[in-house]
Design a binder for this molecule. Structure first.
Ligand code: ATP
Ligand code: MG
Length: 452
């Protein structure tokens, strides 16, 4: 007895009045059976898109032809929007990309056969309380597994994005990936290279934010997909660090650190990439110990290149690159260093940087963790206190601005004003008590009257 919302049932009744079949399909159906709130509602029908438009318009629905070419119409009256798609099969896949054409069909079974996974290939007729499950999706839901519909090799070669969807959906639901499906992924992993960066990025984001994202990363690795998406990470796989802080090679350390990240996309991307340059910035001393030189700086450059390639927004790129560059944050710094840090990264990014630092610490060797944690606790408490003051962490919080300088000291507008402000700000970062107008103006006058 499934709780199908009234809007969905009403739409099915309306189609039935026109002698059209309709089924609840896709992720919504799957989530409902699992007892999770569906994110969206998809209906499949044998009515053609134009008929769907006509039938729903005549009943006062708002109708948007979202993808008439692919048979999809979105309808909405008061409540939920519904996506209604005509039964279809994909006509031909060229070059492993999205089908260039679809053919409409009259049987729901044929429509279900073109879907990716058995748990997504279920249909439910709410008017007759009847399940159509030709690919045994319900048993797979009970077994909590992702299994490709029909031949996995063929399905992944038709559309390689399905491999990433398999891992993402498994990470969202906490499901495993059935063996044959996994083997087909391993064999076809390279084909993911044919898929556009945007589509990969969107799936990767959902995977990284999924409740079981850590298992998702393990699956990406097992399926050989991780190194297709970010080949640079391969260098760290089994890269032994010969360092007492590290019980793991570079990439396994990264994956361990991922466990300790909060659900924040930028933090997770930063941890994923924080040691990407380590293998390139490495040497071993006479004592056999590993040393790393500037892997945070080189890593920031590599992170930028990787994220640009995946078409991330400038904002995400800037923040993640900063987090990678700053990830080795010195925990013993004093208040002046802390003010400079806040000024450099911006108040808003402080929690993210702390999360990155903490996740990295927690993945270090047991012997290191206790000591580092003590340092971290002290550091973050002190940093919080510094943050809580009204000190100037951005130049515009200085007690004087450019026009004050021009009016009070008589310097003409120009680059010298900026130089003076920068100097005043440095003084204030060292000692916030100096952030008062009289003191700063006097200092500015002294600067101008000092030769050089
Ligand atoms: P969610 O909405 O949570 O992303 P979903 O399974 O509903 O999950 P959609 O992208 O909304 O995913 O797709 C709706 C349905 O269309 C899926 O359940 C699946 O049956 C089918 N589908 C989506 N993408 C593909 C694909 N690449 N290959 C085959 N079938 C697909
Ligand atoms: Mg959906």
């Amino acid at each position: 007895n499934l709780l199908i919302p009234k809007e969905v049932r009403d739409a099915c009744i309306l189609l039935a009045r026109h002698r059209k079949q309709s089924f609840v399909v896709g992720g919504g159906m799957r989530d409902l059976i699992l007892g999770m709130p569906p994110q969206d509602w998809d209906l499949a029908t044998d009515a053609r898109p134009r008929e769907v438009e006509r039938i729903f318009k005549a009943c006062g629905y708002r109708v948007v032809p979202t993808g008439v070419k692919y048979g999809t119409v979105t309808v909405k009256k008061n409540g939920l929007p519904l996506e209604i798609t005509t039964f279809r099969v994909e006509a031909c896949y060229r070059d492993h990309r999205r089908p260039s054409r679809v053919n409409f069909v009259s049987e729901i079974e044929d429509d279900l056969g073109r879907r990716d996974f058995t748990i997504n290939a279920l249909a439910y007729d709410p008017l007759r309380s009847f399940f159509c499950d030709p690919y045994q999706g319900i048993p797979d839901l009970i077994k909590e597994q992702i299994r490709a519909v029909r031949d996995p090799e063929e399905r992944f070669s038709e559309d390689p994005l399905r491999m990433l969807r398999a891992v993402r959906i498994a990470a969202e639901l906490g499901f495993s990936i059935e063996d044959k499906t996994m083997h087909a992924m391993i064999r076809n992993a390279e084909l993911l290279g044919k898929i556009s960066a945007e589509r990969i990025r969107d799936e990767l984001n959902r995977l990284l934010m999924a409740p079981h994202f850590h298992q998702g990363l393990e699956n990406l690795l097992e399926a050989c997909l991780l190194f297709v998406i970010i080949p640079e990470l391969k260098e760290g796989w089994l890269f032994n660090q010969y360092h007492p802080s590290h019980q793991y090679p570079v990439l396994p350390h990264t994956l361990e650190a991922m466990r300790y990240t909060p659900a924040n996309l930028e933090v997770r991307l930063a941890i994923l990439l924080h040691d990407v340059a380590k293998p390139r910035c490495y040497s071993r001393g006479e004592d056999g110990r590993g040393h790393f030189y500037g892997h945070n700086v080189v890593g920031a450059e590599m992170a930028e290149e990787i994220l640009r390639r995946l078409h991330y927004s400038n904002q995400v790129i800037n923040n993640v690159v900063m987090l990678v560059r700053e990830h080795m944050l010195e925990l013993k710094m004093g208040p002046a260093g802390m003010r400079r840090l806040i000024a450099r990264i911006g108040r808003g990014m402080v929690p993210a940087l702390l999360s990155v630092r903490l996740a990295d610490i927690l993945a270090h060797s047991r012997s290191q963790v206790v000591r580092s944690l003590e340092e971290y606790e002290k550091f973050s408490k002190n940093l919080e206190q510094v943050m809580a003051t009204g000190d100037a962490f951005v130049m515009r919080e200085l007690a004087v601005n450019g026009s004050d300088i021009i009016q009070e000291t008589g310097v003409p507008p120009g680059p010298l004003v900026g130089k003076i402000l920068q100097h005043l700000w440095e003084e204030v970062l060292d000692d916030p008590k100096k952030n008062n107008r009289d003191y700063l103006l006097a200092l500015a006058k002294r600067m101008i009257n000092t030769p050089g």
